[in-house]
Write a protein of this length. Structure first.
Length: 172
């Protein structure tokens, strides 16, 4: 393969827009699933799927694991602003590193998840959660597609950084 056709030497602009399109697709998937469960279930209702998994409808006014959910309402705007700030940083990084697949995928997943939850905060004042895992009386906090995207994106980012550090150690 000649140097001009190698994927890492391509102009990042077309790749950037492909990554943005994927982020928009993830936001759409997140919003469609939230809309579905917000319309077919009543708040607090649970629909058993497996002995350890239910669909449910819960609202989270805080962040991950309901952090700051009991605050006086300022957290809605704080987490909304934080989501927009993180999204701006992610778009900047994505534009600069669009040809790095794993890193860019991690950024896109986090971007899609962050904006999916920002949309909820702006539209409803809370995040819509509908996936509930549990075992006996032990419950994992309910979550949604945006939360899955953020989590997988963070794991990919960590994996990418570990791989980069390993390459740096083995490269003379």
């Amino acid at each position: 393969m000649s140097q001009g056709t190698h994927p890492t030497n391509r102009s990042p602009a077309p790749l950037f827009w492909r990554w943005v399109a994927l982020a928009i697709l993830l936001i759409g998937l997140d919003q469609v699933t939230k809309y579905h469960f917000n319309t077919v279930l009543h708040y607090g209702q649970r629909l058993n799927v497996l002995p350890f998994f239910d669909f449910t409808l819960l609202y989270n006014e805080g962040a991950a694991f309901s952090f700051l959910a009991g605050a006086d309402g300022w957290q809605r705007w704080f987490f909304t602003a934080l989501g927009f700030a993180a999204s701006a940083l992610i778009l900047f990084l994505l534009r600069r590193h669009a040809n790095q697949r794993r890193f860019s995928l991690a950024l896109v997943l986090i971007l899609g998840g962050a904006l999916g939850n920002v949309i909820d905060r702006l539209q409803h004042g809370h995040v819509v959660d509908f996936l509930l895992f549990y075992w006996n009386n032990a419950y994992f906090p309910a979550f949604n597609v945006a939360d899955i995207c953020i989590t997988v994106g963070a794991i990919l980012m960590l994996w990418d950084e570990l791989a980069r550090a390993r390459r740096a150690r083995t490269t003379p």
